[in-house]
Ligand binder design. Structure first.
Ligand code: FES
Length: 319
């Protein structure tokens, strides 16, 4: 846990609030790679994951940006209503599940507040002299976050598309999707339907799924179970001790293990953050998270204990 203080706050387009965090003791914050997020412990006991939007080259501060969501589960409302400059907060160390990959060209596509990790990526790619372009889709120009930075630092590499001007992702796709080089990489962050549309469009144009990377910060579908009541019990075994526990339909693996005194690290408890990812030794998970890519899920190498279940009668974990 890191003690931080809110050093500044600024409006970043309609509905978005940027929050600048510095360490309470004045030291540098931990280094991070573009795409990383931190868990922020908010007033009222909520813990939420927010991507770092600022450049990894500057560890004196982390800049987060939060959109006020109409259907807030409490996190965005708490940020917008209860945070003030000078306030102390606790955050986790940065965690990165959305890292840049090696490639000769990088296409960054943001929908709305999905700009935050992609902005950090643009900073990192620019600093490293890499080839990239950033596409940012918003409903209206007034909602663009970090507008001055985007125009000032990235110039023609930043493409701003406003739905109000007839340029939503259904009408205008980045031309780069049509010209996928062998090692080009595509990064998507935004609402679930937006990412699904871009992903489909890219796959239809010949992109290899392994070169499409995305991160969601809201559950794509109800994660507990799409069909309530359809879950069945299964067993989890611990590879180290051989202990076996039964996970009843209405319980999570994490809850069963925690009750038995097994240390499980948890944060979002919704399959969004990756804190509970655990190696699988044997068995086939029923993945319910949005943390892992489709390829990672298919490899069955890891499982999120907070929300995933098992397709096999028993799941043996590297615990
Ligand atoms: S606690 Fe966040 S993915 Fe499980």
């Amino acid at each position: 846990m890191i003690e931080v203080v809110i050093d500044a706050m600024s409006r970043q387009g309609a509905g978005n609030l940027a929050v600048e965090l510095v360490r309470a003791d004045g030291q540098a914050l931990p280094a991070f790679e573009a795409g990383a997020h931190v868990d922020v412990h908010l007033p009222g006991g909520l813990v939420r994951q927010y991507s770092i939007a600022s450049t990894p080259a500057d560890t004196s501060r982390y800049v987060l940006c939060v959109r006020r969501e109409a259907a807030s589960r409490g996190g965005s409302a708490s940020v917008h209503e209860r945070l003030r400059v000078g306030q102390a907060l606790t955050i986790s160390a940065p965690r990165n599940l959305f890292a840049l990959r090696a490639g000769s060209h990088h296409v960054l596509v943001a929908g709305g507040i999905g700009i935050t990790p992609l902005l950090a990526m643009a900073h990192q790619l620019q600093a490293g002299g890499a080839s990239f372009e950033l596409h940012y889709y918003v409903r209206s120009r007034g909602e663009i976050a970090f507008l001055r930075q985007l125009q000032g630092e990235f110039g023609a590499r930043a493409h701003l598309h406003s739905a109000e001007e007839g340029r939503d992702a259904r009408q205008v796709l980045p031309a780069a999707l049509d010209a996928a080089g062998e090692d080009h990489q595509l990064y998507l962050c935004g609402p679930g339907a937006f990412m699904a549309h871009l992903r489909e469009a890219a796959l239809a144009r010949g992109w290899n799924a392994a070169r499409i990377h995305s991160e969601a910060f809201t559950p794509v579908a109800p994660l507990a179970s799409a069909e309530a009541g359809a879950d069945t019990a299964f067993e989890v075994a611990l590879a180290s001790s051989g202990q076996v526990f039964t996970v009843a339909p209405e319980r999570t693996i994490a809850a069963v293990l925690a009750e038995a005194g097994v240390a499980v690290s948890l944060s979002c408890e919704m399959g969004l953050c990756g804190a509970c990812l655990t190696d699988v030794v044997e068995g086939i998970p029923d993945h319910r998270d949005t943390v892992q890519s489709e390829a990672e899920k298919a490899s069955n190498r890891q499982v999120t204990l907070c929300c995933s279940r098992s397709r096999s009668p028993r799941l043996t974990l590297a615990l």
